[in-house]
Design a protein around this ligand. Sequence first.
Ligand SMILES: Cc1cc2nc3c(=O)[nH]c(=O)nc-3n(C[C@H](O)[C@H](O)[C@H](O)COP(=O)(O)OP(=O)(O)OC[C@H]3O[C@@H](n4cnc5c(N)ncnc54)[C@H](O)[C@@H]3O)c2cc1C
Length: 386
Amino acid sequence: MTALLQFDPIRLPPECETLRAEVRAFLAEEVAAGTFDPHQPGHGDAYNRGFSKQVGAKGWIGMTWPKRYGGHERSQLERYVVTEEFRAANAPAHLHFVADRQSGPILLKYAPEHIKHDILPRICRGELCFAIGMSEPGSGSDLFAAKTKATKADGGWTINGSKIWTTSAQIADYMLALFRTSPPTKENRRHGLTQFLVRMKTPGITVNPIRQMTGKAGFNEVVFNDAFVPDDHVLGEIDGAWKQATSELAYERSGPERFLETFYVLLELIRALGPEPELRGAEGLGRLVAQLHTLRRMSVSVAGMLQAGKEPVVEGSIVKDLGTIWEQKLPNRVRDLAAFLEPEILNRATLEDQLAFATTVAPKLTIQGGTTEILRGIIARGLGLR
Ligand SMILES: Cc1cc2nc3c(=O)[nH]c(=O)nc-3n(C[C@H](O)[C@H](O)[C@H](O)COP(=O)(O)OP(=O)(O)OC[C@H]3O[C@@H](n4cnc5c(N)ncnc54)[C@H](O)[C@@H]3O)c2cc1C
């Protein structure tokens, strides 16, 4: 059974450490210039068009894509370092992040050439925000039960129905969406879905914000009422999207963003404990850092396997499962350790603010991008257990 699992021991090469120094210097300059406050909880999920354009100008979006589409032909490991530093610094990279991580790679594989030349360079310049249109009321984990319909029309398709929990739809320029183009067949219940590129400004699309526990409205209901999508915006095979919808999972599920979403509370705890922490604080912190280090080694390993052209779907699912549970529990662990600190520690107010915010963020972490139960199903299948 263990032979089916493979976490290659990857070390980041020297060019990654050079790049890390450049990224840290850039982020420090941006903090000094007041672009963002690394202590402000939730900044990692903020949208900042100006900042995204600056990141694009640095060459840190579309890093692994071909130069002819505006990319930079760098490695997955270099991209890993940029993602890691941005998340750890709580930098406002949300505008370009989904396009960089998964929408761009899907377009690279399945979009017609003229669309690639139009859209990919704009993603690389940090100009475009993408949303993922998969979940619907009544079909989340079971993606292949999607009902929102695309009906063939003259020169394109007419869309009717709705998507839900669509992150960034309120600001996105485009959505990559799965729509039903045929009913499922008896032999294959996954048949009949097609992937589309949808311009969010298309008439007939309404975006209704959904407020979350944090008080923010980061995701939405998106309603399609006779919205028209042209033929050249079909991505890949008609009725065959199930073949392509699962192929990006290792990219989506294994990156450092999958265990660093509440990382700021750990940094604040380190500040609060100071250079000479008392025994209980030191032991608790040591335990958390050791767990984080292990998760990171596993996540870097998956990035290395992606770079080597492998498809570590099971390993990526394990990183997301362990990572999101860890980042979900982190706020409570930090709260426990902070309980023994003197009331007058200097960063008490910041720590309390961060803990309050991270506690309301935590429940979603094991749901977004595939729930814990679904991931465990994938892992069990990969290990031949079901
Ligand atoms: C913050 C956030 C952002 C999101 N952003 C997006 C987005 O941008 N685009 C998008 O399309 N979706 C998005 N989602 C939706 C997300 O993908 C779904 O919520 C998720 O897939 C679960 O689907 P569901 O909510 O319909 O729950 P359900 O699928 O109804 O699941 C309910 C419960 O049943 C369990 N369950 C379901 N099926 C099985 C099974 N076969 N075996 C065992 N247990 C099972 C689940 O684990 C869960 O605990 C987002 C969700 C969150 C929380």
